[in-house]
Design a protein around this ligand. Structure first.
Ligand SMILES: *Cc1c(COP(=O)(O)O)cnc(C)c1O
Length: 449
């Protein structure tokens, strides 16, 4: 079978996510036959460097031998058992290890990121209901936030393109200013922007704290906003304010957890612990859907009671799936055995000179880096920039999907200097081809991650 066969069958039978399917009449899907390290290979043998880690989930490359081996071993023992009334070795070990790594000793599982958001929102709300604060029913999110697309998660997601259609179904949340360092005014640095945003948060809390259950944030990097990076002082300020006003802090580390920002969890860079930590995406190294919400003894205790109705009566069929937990254990083993965080620091330093020509490109604005994420904005009038860029890069064997005018690299950690150099060279060629030539549609397309 060749690419052409699969793409015809896929467009007929598969409704692809976050896609206007009609686009595929002119811009074909790419059927992938196999993966190997940073590479995805199509049915005609063409290779693509997966510079977005397959929508931010992959950590150590495709087809990792140790994750594969762990899964094969687990298949010989237990693929799945319901987690209500039952338990198993991988879920116990994973919960213990995540608890030890985060200081949050109670792990509740879901199957994807949005379900982790739902779980954290519901737990926070119910905590206040059960501790004498029934008026605390609202949530605060940051401007340009993204926390998933189920209805509860969408209510705290500030992406108009995703929200507008469903607005009548969403509970109104409160929006706090984003600490995005790009918002710096003259004479301001990233820290000043973060402190200004924290002052905005304080004003919101001062006005509404009695009605607010939790503040939800994406620590250090607002991914879907276009890799908006911010100073860690925002997180320490948010932590302090949440304590002061009696509001939970939910850290959504679905995208930034597991080493992406340079530390195992982004909150570590601010020296804070959230009341709820949401994990997914990289948790299984990009192998299987799994999410986890970790929380404190205090929250756990508020649900521990003789009355079943005071328990957290939430579940998904695949909660705590044994195969997914086993993949997650293999991921934690690889972090420890291969000293991944130190290696990534070395790689980021090694790659910096390779990326310098991009930073110096005349159309590039706000070049930024945090751990294993690199991003910049492109000064262009082309409304179709993201799609044109994506296409041009694919032709050169690179998978890079800009968000609006933001180009970012979020590659698997196994990427080598030679591959980064190839990515930068392709990006420079594409920038030169697309920017400044004055063609392309001026009609602005909405930004999509
Ligand atoms: C991807 C993402 C989610 C949603 O996860 P899904 O698995 O796509 O539901 C939530 N929050 C953040 C920060 C994300 O990047």
């Amino acid at each position: 079978m060749h690419n052409a066969d699969w793409l015809a069958r896929s467009t007929r039978a598969v409704w692809h996510p976050c896609t206007q399917m009609q686009r595929h009449e002119t811009f074909p899907l790419i059927p992938i036959a196999r993966g190997e390290g940073v590479w995805l290979v199509d049915f005609d043998g063409k290779r693509y460097l997966d510079a977005v880690s397959s929508w931010w989930v992959n950590l150590f490359g495709h087809g990792h031998p140790r994750i594969n081996a762990a899964l094969v071993d687990q298949l010989g023992q237990l693929e799945h058992v319901m987690l209500a009334g039952f338990t198993h070795q991988p879920v116990v070990e994973l919960s213990e290890r995540l608890g030890a790594l985060t200081g949050l000793g109670h792990a509740f599982y879901g199957s994807d990121g949005a379900s982790a958001t739902e779980i954290a929102l519901k737990m926070s709300f119910q905590f206040w209901q059960q501790t004498g604060h029934p008026g605390k029913t609202r949530f605060i999110h940051l401007a340009h936030s993204y926390h998933g697309e189920t209805l509860g998660a969408l209510a705290v997601t500030d992406v108009p393109l995703f929200r507008q259609t469903y607005a009548p179904l969403l509970n109104a949340a409160l929006s706090a200013p984003s600490p995005d360092a790009r918002l710096a005014g003259p004479g301001e640095d990233g820290e000043a922007v973060a402190r200004r945003a924290a002052a905005g948060l304080e004003a919101l809390l001062a006005a509404h704290a009695g009605q607010v259950a939790a503040l939800i944030v994406e620590p250090l990097v607002q991914g879907a906003a276009g890799m908006a990076m911010y100073h860690p002082v925002y997180l320490s300020e948010a932590r302090r304010l949440c304590h002061q006003y009696g509001v939970h802090l939910i850290a959504d580390e679905i995208a930034v957890g597991f080493g992406r920002t340079g530390t195992l969890f982004a909150c570590e860079q601010a020296g804070i612990r959230a009341d709820f930590l949401c994990l997914s995406k990289g948790i299984t190294g990009g192998y299987l859907p799994l999410s986890c919400v970790l929380t404190t003894d205090e929250v756990y205790a508020a649900f521990y009671h003789a009355d079943i109705r005071r328990g957290f009566l939430h579940s998904h069929s695949y909660t705590g799936n044994a195969l997914a937990c086993r993949a997650a254990l293999a991921v934690l083993d690889i972090f420890a055995e291969d000293d991944i965080l130190a290696r990534n620091r070395g790689k980021a330093a090694e790659f910096a000179p390779l990326l310098a020509p991009l930073q110096a490109h005349p159309a590039v604005r706000h070049f930024r880096q945090q751990g294993m994420i690199w991003a910049f904005d492109v000064d262009t009038a082309r409304g179709d920039f993201a799609l044109a860029f994506f296409r041009d890069m694919l032709e050169q064997g690179c998978l890079v999907r800009p968000i609006g005018q933001t180009v970012y690299f979020m590659p698997p950690y196994v990427i080598e200097a030679e591959q980064m150099a190839m990515l930068v060279a392709a990006t420079l060629r594409t920038l030169d081809a697309l920017v400044g030539e004055g063609e392309g549609s001026a009609l602005a397309e909405p930004a999509v991650p």
